[in-house]
Design a binder for this molecule. Sequence first.
Ligand SMILES: Nc1ncnc2c1ncn2[C@@H]1O[C@H](COP(=O)(O)OP(=O)(O)O)[C@@H](O)[C@H]1O
Ligand SMILES: [Mg+2]
Length: 270
Amino acid sequence: MVSFIEIESVSYRYEETNHDALSGVSLGIERGECVALLGPNGSGKTTLIKHLNGLLKPQTGRVAINGVSTRERTIAQLARTVGYVFQNPDHMIFADSVEEEVSFGPRNLGMAKDDIRRRVDEVLAFTALAPYRETHPMSLSGGEKQRLALAAIIVSNPEILILDEPTTGLDYKSVQSMVHLVTRLKNEGKTIILVTHDMSLVSRIATRAVVMLDGSVVADGTPLAIFSDKELVERAYLEQPPALALSALWGVAPSMTPESLARAFREGRR
Ligand SMILES: Nc1ncnc2c1ncn2[C@@H]1O[C@H](COP(=O)(O)OP(=O)(O)O)[C@@H](O)[C@H]1O
Ligand SMILES: [Mg+2]
């Protein structure tokens, strides 16, 4: 079967380095999946996802979206299908107001003025940024900037959303609001690939976890299966969700989130 996103034996080496950032990565991702890409710094996560929107083209192997090789598409064409939210939102922000920032993509796609206005209103409401419409993006907080970066991408309604460490450096409240937003996007049927070290994101959202180490995929499975594998957790420097460690300690059903742990605990005691 041909996958929606196909990554076939992809290798990539940056100029002036003497090791492969990716070596022979193969992965198929289906529509509607929510994949957490895990692994220590330098394992190749960002390099891999940059291949999905054509920022990088494979030096060997092939990447195809919906059956079409990324070699046959420009970054602008791919951007209609693949929305990419950079690791550092400062690198995406260039307009003088929140509204302008969010309008940029749809204007670039040639959307009609009324449609742009409607989409921008929707997305600002969705990301709770409506009160900041006129605000200069650089005066937003970290969490607000991250939501703006997301807003500027989802306004064009791409089918695939790639999020590179969307909660790194955010406070608890901003993390919760990002979890909430990504959950809603997932429920809308978006295909989501998120690079993260944040166990609250993985345990609440991901339907699948892919682990990278030294440019290779070393594990691929449900988050529960991945985090239950102690040897893998150690080898890939993963952080086990606290709920999972506690459920093992208490001898109740394996639980990824505090909520399911509480349920397992109540049921286990009956
Ligand atoms: N622009 C670059 N130039 C040279 N080497 C790079 C560049 N970007 C990443 N690398 C190297 O490629 C490897 C994978 O990096 P990266 O994909 O950023 O990993 P991750 O996102 O998992 O932290 C690392 O060894 C990193 O040092
Ligand atoms: Mg990275």
